[in-house]
Design a protein around this ligand. Structure first.
Ligand code: FAD
Length: 404
């Protein structure tokens, strides 16, 4: 049992005594980790405190109160970490959890392929054993941030004689090596945040197989459950989402992440930008706009309550398997609603981009919203999961994977 007040007192005392903006980022990450305040939901044996996710909020609040830099956020801590904890060996946990938290090792997901997106079990990227290593050959696509990260979480076929879900294995591939060619794909936002990754003879050490050989599908399911759950707190720790210089002063990086641009990049703040557009554009008196605005506010509030329910024990908690799909569908619905209202109140100015736009952050967000209903599994796939696994409805017809 954890006592919230006692935890708050302890966290407050620690952050007040230890936060030092002149410390280097690396030294600050190290200090948070060894004293178990970086990721308090992680197990005690891996530098955590076994805190339930609801209470981790208390630690985040105390960290923000003193203006301290958060630990690294994003894919590594939010996805690779729970997979390591669930499926990794002790040696893997020790090495990778420590590396992510103190050395800012970053990760990306190498699952989708040109012919395997919703149907990941059709993955063809092959890994063949060669002594103490696996040799990987194949193509991955839509790989977000593959050009800037350290580690690829890669789903590969290690046994071509077993079809569909069998014969797949999860590997941790170090990206910066011969045989990994990352080719950026440009989006309509103008950014190129995802990539095609052509892998030709790249190597993965045998000790970097995550989970059982041929057990890649079980690991993938853990992965997808975490990915679809945008209530996952580790993705919003408030620290850097990508690489930051470890020798920079921690206070400088903390300040950079607090700017509106930094907040928008971290995925926060769009609701506030939308509020500003509605008020500044004078649309706040328009009854239709008011109605849509309040509907969005209501939706956001409901999302907060659902978020709280996911942390509740017992009957209030959503049924198993429901949280990820509900969270994912809610985020994409909310995204579309925010986009449509924001563009509507801007009228013709909504067509402008860059410096000409009333809010370049909002225009960028508007252009990126279609991705919300595709990335991490499409809305249709989430609805299938809800229907079949939670509501017990008859299954959708499956693609024929035996004819290849
Ligand atoms: C912004 C963004 C970032 C991404 N980042 C990554 C990443 O980092 N790593 C990675 O591996 N992948 C990434 N993806 C890929 C993403 O996971 C896939 O695009 C997604 O799973 C859909 O696969 P697909 O594009 O192959 O579409 P398809 O699977 O070909 O689907 C096409 C259409 O058919 C529908 N459909 C397919 N099967 C069914 C079904 N059984 N029932 C009903 N409808 C169905 C889909 O909903 C969709 O509308 C990213 C995608 C986006 C948009």
């Amino acid at each position: 049992m954890h006592d919230e007040d006692a935890l708050r007192t302890e966290a407050r005392a620690w952050y007040e005594a230890n936060w030092d903006p002149d410390l280097s980022v690396g030294a600050w990450f190290h200090r948070m980790m060894v004293d178990r305040w970086a990721y308090p939901t992680w197990p005690q044996r891996w530098w955590g405190r076994d805190l339930p996710t609801g209470l981790a909020r208390v630690v985040r609040e105390e960290r923000r109160r003193v203006g301290a830099l958060g630990p690294p956020s994003g894919i590594g801590p939010s996805l690779l970490a729970p997979m390591l904890i669930a499926h990794g060996t002790d040696e893997q946990c020790k090495r990778y959890l420590w590396g992510m938290a103190t050395q800012n090792w970053t990760a990306c997901q190498m699952l989708s392929e040109p012919d395997a997106g919703s149907d990941l079990a059709s993955a063809r990227c092959a890994a063949v054993r060669d002594g103490d290593e696996w040799v990987v050959t194949g193509t991955k696509v839509w790989t977000s941030n593959a050009d800037i990260v350290d580690i690829g979480m890669l789903l590969a076929r290690t046994d071509p004689t077993v079809r569909a879900h069998g014969g797949l294995t999860f590997l941790l591939l170090w990206r910066d090596q011969p045989g990994v060619d990352v080719r950026p794909l440009r989006q309509m936002t103008g950014d190129a945040t995802f990539n095609e990754v052509v892998i030709d003879g790249a190597r993965v050490a045998a000790r970097d197989v995550l989970g059982d050989l041929g057990g890649g599908w079980a690991v993938t399911r853990t992965f997808l459950a975490h990915e679809r759950n945008s209530f996952n707190p580790a993705s919003h720790e408030g620290g850097p989402f990508g690489k930051v210089p470890l020798d920079a002063p921690a206070g400088v990086i903390a300040e950079r992440l607090r700017t509106p641009r930094g907040a928008a990049i971290a995925g926060r703040g769009i609701a506030q930008v939308l509020d500003g557009l509605v008020r500044d554009g004078g649309s706040v008196t328009d009854p239709i706009v008011r109605q849509r605005f309040v509907a969005l506010q209501t939706r956001r509030r409901l999302m907060t309550y659902t978020n709280q329910r996911t942390r509740s024990p017992g009957e209030a908690a959503p049924r198993a398997g429901a949280v990820g799909p509900i969270s994912k569908i809610t985020v994409s619905d909310l995204g579309r609603g925010q986009r449509d209202l924001g563009l509507a109140v801007q009228g013709p100015h909504g067509m402008l981009v860059g410096d000409d736009a009333p809010s370049s952050e909002f225009q960028h967000y508007a252009l990126s919203t279609p991705a919300l209903s595709i990335a991490g599994g499409t809305d249709e796939i989430q609805r299938n999961a809800l229907g079949e696994r939670v509501l017990g409805l008859p299954g959708e017809p499956k693609p024929d994977t035996t004819s290849r």
